[in-house]
Design a protein around this ligand. Structure first.
Ligand code: GDP
Length: 356
């Protein structure tokens, strides 16, 4: 772990959506099969306005006899009753796979809007459902921005370093991710300095120092129990003096509900005036992560999200919901325990993994 020699190329997130992918697919299949089994509606009970009727007559005149038969037997309209019956299944499987309730509601609503009351070709119901789900999930996530571009923008206008404040709960991979970001920036020719501003947990200072040694990154720290805002301030002064373009500030992460913690982060934020505040959360904990992101966003206002441990998450629902719930983009995915296991987030690539 964490030796330079063990650097690997960031691996693809193979296990993600292991369950969701198969289940959505079989759900959509089942839905479309049930619809296909239904008898055709008789012409006379179809309620059409006069105008619509005329339109149908015109198009029917153009079609040959076989086309007319074919089109009659292959079209259907999904009723609200049927939709509700099937959407319950979908709702449950999304919830089981860590999609937050509000995100589930949005997905079902969009699906309903797209398939209900429309004359659909039976053969295409499955693809219509899948396309709608894919497009909805993609639209629900915010577009990520590029940190490197943001740093360059600041450099063009100021001599001050670009400051990134990292917030999140202990154990989610915050320290590791900060080290990964430092390494990522190094790869982009941007040196950084790390402020060990989690002065509450002595182990976190030691942990960062170990990362710093391995990566040859300067760690600014004070004693255990000292003022975190002062550590951040020191790191910024060090960066200014040594012309280091980026400062990465670690913060404590006792509990997202603890008022003191939020106050402490607010203080660091007021003193260090970060250019970005990034939330780090685990992909595997589902609603917990989403709730943490919400709390930090409400308390200190986050700009972006990094989701860790995506490599061991077989559900994927956290990523689908966290951006929608906070209206903030996911910037990176943590995909392993090595420094290079960090993937810039790509909405399209991500939704493709759903296989819809
Ligand atoms: P912190 O307490 O939030 O600073 O968490 P750490 O950085 O100490 O990480 C906690 C554990 O999660 C460590 O064992 C890390 O190696 C592991 N970890 C961090 N990021 C990832 C990741 O993306 N994937 C996996 N599988 N493990 C990770």
């Amino acid at each position: 772990m964490f030796t330079k020699k063990s650097y690997k190329r960031a691996k693809h997130v193979k296990s993600m959506f292991k369950f969701l992918k198969e289940k959505i697919s079989s759900w959509a299949k089942k839905f479309s099969k049930e619809e296909a089994k239904k008898p055709e509606p008789r012409e006379e009970i179809r309620e059409k306005s006069e105008k619509q009727q005329k339109k149908i007559e015109v198009t029917e005149k153009k079609e040959g006899f076989f086309e007319r038969i074919k089109s009659k037997i292959s079209k259907t309209e999904i009723s609200e009753q049927d939709f509700n019956k099937y959407s319950e299944d979908l709702q449950n499987l999304l919830l089981e796979n860590n999609v937050a309730y509000t995100a589930v509601e949005k997905i079902i609503w969009e699906l309903k809007r797209h398939v209900l009351g429309k004359e659909l070709i039976k053969k295409e119901i499955e693809s219509e459902i899948k396309n709608t789900l894919r497009d909805t999930i993609e639209e629900m996530m915010m577009n990520p921005f590029d940190i490197v571009v943001k740093v360059a923008e600041k450099q063009a206008n100021s001599k001050d370093p670009f400051v990134i404040l990292f917030v999140g709960i202990n154990g989610t991979g915050k320290t590791t991710t900060i080290a990964k970001i430092a390494e990522y920036l190094k790869g982009k020719k941007l040196q950084s300095v790390i402020a060990a501003a989690d002065t509450f947990r002595a182990a976190s200072i030691e942990q960062l120092k170990k990362h710093g040694e391995k990566l040859n990154i300067k760690i600014i720290s004070q004693q255990y129990g000292s003022d975190p805002a002062a550590v951040g301030f020191d790191a910024i002064s060090y960066a200014k003096k040594n012309h280091i373009p980026v400062v990465l500030i670690d913060t404590a992460g006792r509990m997202h509900t603890a008022k003191n913690l939020m106050k402490e982060i607010e203080k660091i934020s007021n003193v260090c005036k970060p250019d970005l505040k990034l939330f780090i959360g685990e992909s595997i904990t589902g609603n917990d992560s989403v709730e943490q992101a919400k709390s930090f966003n409400e308390a200190v206002g986050i700009d972006g999200i990094i989701l860790t441990k995506v490599d061991v998450d077989e559900k994927g629902g956290t990523a689908v919901s966290v951006s929608y719930v906070t209206r903030r983009p996911i910037l990176f995915l943590g995909t392993g325990q090595n420094y290079q296991d960090l993937e810039p987030f790509d909405k399209r690539k991500f939704t493709e993994k759903l296989g819809l």
